[in-house]
Design a protein around this ligand. Structure first.
Ligand code: SAM
Length: 347
């Protein structure tokens, strides 16, 4: 009932915002038209107002996108609730219930929603905004992953599909930050008794590389390499795994810049490939080095499809290799696709 109310509130807010956008468009065009028609002495004022309308429009459009993402996240929560209810009704599956409870709790802890972990802000930290955290729009002050609740659930859904559909291979994330998503993946595989599937943890463990505009023009002026908060050492990630009791021989660290480390990473078959390196360079290098190792029927997740340079790398790779498997949205930022069961040769 409470969820249903929240969903309808979001729908109403989205509809109201869309109405405002339409009104703004009309006001803006009539303002410019009148300024031109009457050669208003004060036409520069009309331009200033028009610019303000453009800015307001952009802010409302951004809120609309966030609302849309949140609706998706709320929707996926409802689907999951129905699925787990069905499982409960189906019979005394203590094991399935225990797995649900364990992974559900981990999800809350790893995203910092259990204790309202603050967000990193320009002024230090800011109070957590539950909606932004659900869809991974902020950087947690202390929690182990920044991808948010909806994207963690997507990892669980695809790993569980890989297990149920017997798609062979390991999990790898390229770009792990504090390691939260990989910790979650290890927990999922352990909870489902998958002793032969490994989790590969690939990162420089010193942040992102400076842009290389000569080779990757799309990354020109990309600021990610300047963000100190994105630099997390291997020791800290190992410590995080250990704190959850999940560091074992099935966790393999792949340390270094992707261009050096991924082509020789000791991974043979991949069931779920998750890319989270933000930049064009980091995305294309991971796809070039690893895509051909994804098993037929396996999955590819792109965390940063919302970022222009990352999306460009993905689109270029898909068109070069004639990959037309449909992209599915996760939460307004990430997308995933399933590698066709029969696919042509890749590099
Ligand atoms: C946005 S963070 C990843 C967030 C993480 N997946 C999570 O669950 O919170 C991006 C990470 O990618 C790594 N990275 C990006 N580009 C890289 C590259 N070319 N080589 C090595 N590491 C890279 C950074 O060091 C950083 O840890």
């Amino acid at each position: 009932m409470e969820r249903a109310t929240r969903v309808s509130e979001h729908i109403e807010s989205a509809a109201a915002a869309a109405d405002i956008l339409r009104v703004l468009d009309t006001v803006q065009s009539s303002l410019l038209h009148r300024a031109e028609e009457h050669a208003l002495a004060d036409s520069s004022r009309a331009t200033v107002i028009s610019n303000q309308i453009t800015d307001t429009r952009a802010a409302i459009a951004e809120s609309l996108q966030l609302l849309g993402a949140n609706l998706l996240a709320v929707g996926s929560r409802q689907d999951e609730a129905v699925a787990s209810l069905k499982r409960l009704i189906a019979g005394p599956e203590t094991g399935a219930l225990a797995i649900d409870l364990y992974l559900g709790l981990l999800e809350k802890v790893l995203t910092g929603t259990l204790h309202g972990d603050a967000a990193i802000s320009d002024t230090g930290t800011a109070q957590q905004d539950e909606i932004r955290r659900a869809v991974g729009y902020d950087w947690p002050a202390t929690a182990e992953t920044m991808i948010g609740v909806a994207r963690l659930r997507n990892v669980r859904m695809l790993l569980e599909r890989a297990i149920a559909e017997k798609i062979p291979g390991d999990f790898i994330e390229t770009g792990v930050w504090r390691g939260g998503t990989c910790i979650y993946a290890r927990a999922i595989l352990m909870a489902h008794h998958q002793p032969t599937r490994r989790v590969f943890v690939a990162d420089s463990f010193r942040g992102l590389p400076p842009p290389d505009p000569e080779n990757y023009p799309a990354d020109t002026n990309d600021p990610h390499s300047t963000f100190a908060a994105l630099s997390v050492s291997r020791e800290e990630v190992e410590r995080n795994f250990r704190r959850y009791g999940l560091l074992d021989e099935n966790v393999v660290f792949v340390e270094g810049w992707f261009k050096d480390s991924l082509p020789t990473a000791p991974i043979e078959k991949i069931a779920v490939l998750r890319l989270d390196g933000d930049m064009y360079e980091s995305t294309i290098q991971a796809l070039n080095a690893l895509y051909h190792k994804v098993s037929p029927g396996g999955f590819v997740i792109i965390d940063d499809y919302i970022l222009k340079n990352c999306a460009q790398a993905v689109d270029n790779f898909r068109s070069t290799h004639r990959i037309d498997a449909p992209l599915s949205a996760v939460d307004g930022a990430a997308v995933w696709w399933q590698v066709p069961a029969s696919r042509g040769a890749l590099p």
